[in-house]
Write a protein that binds this ligand. Structure first.
Ligand SMILES: Cc1ncc(COP(=O)(O)O)c(C=O)c1O
Length: 383
């Protein structure tokens, strides 16, 4: 079995993640903020510790600014729907995932407009295109850090500077880069970073979150309201963080798993992980360039990307879904084909409607696996 679907979710998870989750459930499956006993305080300490580890990762000082959600989709919904009001305008890139585009299209029915800054056919975005779309009503820019289809990195530093200069809020979708590229709340000029625990963070599914600045948090209405275990003498939602965004019982086993994964990531070092993934990506790209009539979607070199590669086999007379199916059935190689929940990005890359086959490498993949896959692809393309 060869797993190249790390863009969807990472596998294997960091060592010890499953054990940490099972251990919490079996030895300390208590709730936090609700029970006045020692075991519950210990779980609360673990949750606080996880917030602190996330602060290390996202370069932020105060753990209260980290709120847990179920995944980055929920985080983005919280931020987008909680902040925008009828009459507002939003700018995004043409490389966004449906986690951004579907909430915005829903809001369009309520009089909230958006424009997408067009990236080039490699997925690269000129920040001036974002600036050109800003209007007096523009209150928010939301942007993915890297494309989930082709790995192209978007210019979030420059976009952050534009937003700061204009007093526009800036939210980063870090689904494809958290745990792989450095992300600093201090230097990026971001008002919030939305993350998911199960991709580059190497944690379990069902846990994600957001890091948010205090002043922005006060402008974001909580989308979900309910019990927080705090200020229980009032029926009104607490204004303070993280409770403002954490109604209902948290995914505590998920947080325990994420805690273990974050320790592994911080011990291993993001740079080492990125280097390993990029060396596999480089090997794969070199082989993919030799495949006749197979198009590499996005950047075909190593500059300005993460280790996610999309190939379009239709120019070689093959169907992308059939190639992905054959890789799995004949060679045990797992990939993802289709639209990858980002139709506008496929249009940008000129791979709509045929989609692509995506190969997303993780640092636990090996050169041998890449070579096996390239051999399989050359056989499929010849056949
Ligand atoms: C760029 C991007 N944003 C958002 C998501 C949604 O992630 P999740 O399903 O964890 O909410 C993904 C992953 O599918 C993604 O690649």
């Amino acid at each position: 079995m060869i797993y190249f679907d790390n863009g969807s979710t990472s596998f294997p998870k960091a060592p010890g993640v499953g054990e940490a989750m099972a251990n919490l459930l079996e030895t300390a499956g208590f709730n936090i903020n609700r029970g006045g006993y020692e075991g519950a305080y210990e779980v609360a300490d673990m949750v606080l510790d996880t917030r602190e580890l996330l602060c290390k990762l996202f370069d932020w000082e105060d753990p209260k600014n980290v709120a847990f959600t179920g995944n980055v989709t929920q985080s983005l919904n919280y931020l987008i729907k909680g902040f925008l009001r009828p009459g507002d305008h939003v700018v995004v890139s043409s490389m966004e995932h449906n986690a951004v585009m579907r909430p915005l299209n829903q809001l369009a029915e309520e009089g909230i407009a958006f424009d997408a800054a067009q990236a080039d056919p490699q997925g690269r975005l000129d920040p001036a295109r974002v600036e050109a779309l800003i209007r007096p009503e523009t209150r928010l820019v939301v942007m993915t850090h890297a494309s989930n289809i082709c790995g192209t990195i978007l210019p979030i530093e420059a976009v952050g500077r534009i937003c700061r200069a204009r007093g526009i809020r800036f939210v980063i979708d870090a689904a494809q880069t958290a745990g792989i590229l450095p992300l600093s709340m201090q230097t990026l000029g971001a008002d919030a970073i939305a993350f998911t625990g199960h991709k580059g963070l190497l944690g379990p599914q069902g846990i994600g979150g957001l890091v948010i600045r205090d002043d922005f948090a006060q402008e974001v209405r909580p989308l979900i309201s309910g019990g927080t275990g705090s200020v229980s003498d009032t029926e009104l939602m607490p204004a303070f963080l993280p409770d403002r965004f954490e109604s209902g019982t948290l995914n505590l086993p998920g947080i325990a798993g994420l805690n273990t994964a974050l320790r592994y990531l911080l011990d291993t070092g993001l740079e080492a992980i990125y280097k390993k993934e990029m060396s596999l990506c480089s090997r794969f790209l070199a082989g993919a360039r030799q495949l006749k009539n197979v198009r590499i979607a996005g950047i075909d070199g190593l500059e300005g990307r993460v280790a996610t590669v999309s190939l379009d086999f239709t120019h070689a007379g093959l169907d992308n879904a059939a190639v992905s199916f054959q890789l799995d059935s004949d060679y045990g190689i797992m990939t993802r084909c289709g639209m990858h929940c980002a139709p506008r990005a496929h249009k940008t890359l000129h791979t709509f409607p045929q989609g692509t086959v995506r190969f997303a490498f993780g640092h636990r993949n090996t050169e041998q696996e890449v070579d096996t896959c390239l051999e399989a692809l050359s056989t499929i393309c010849r056949g």
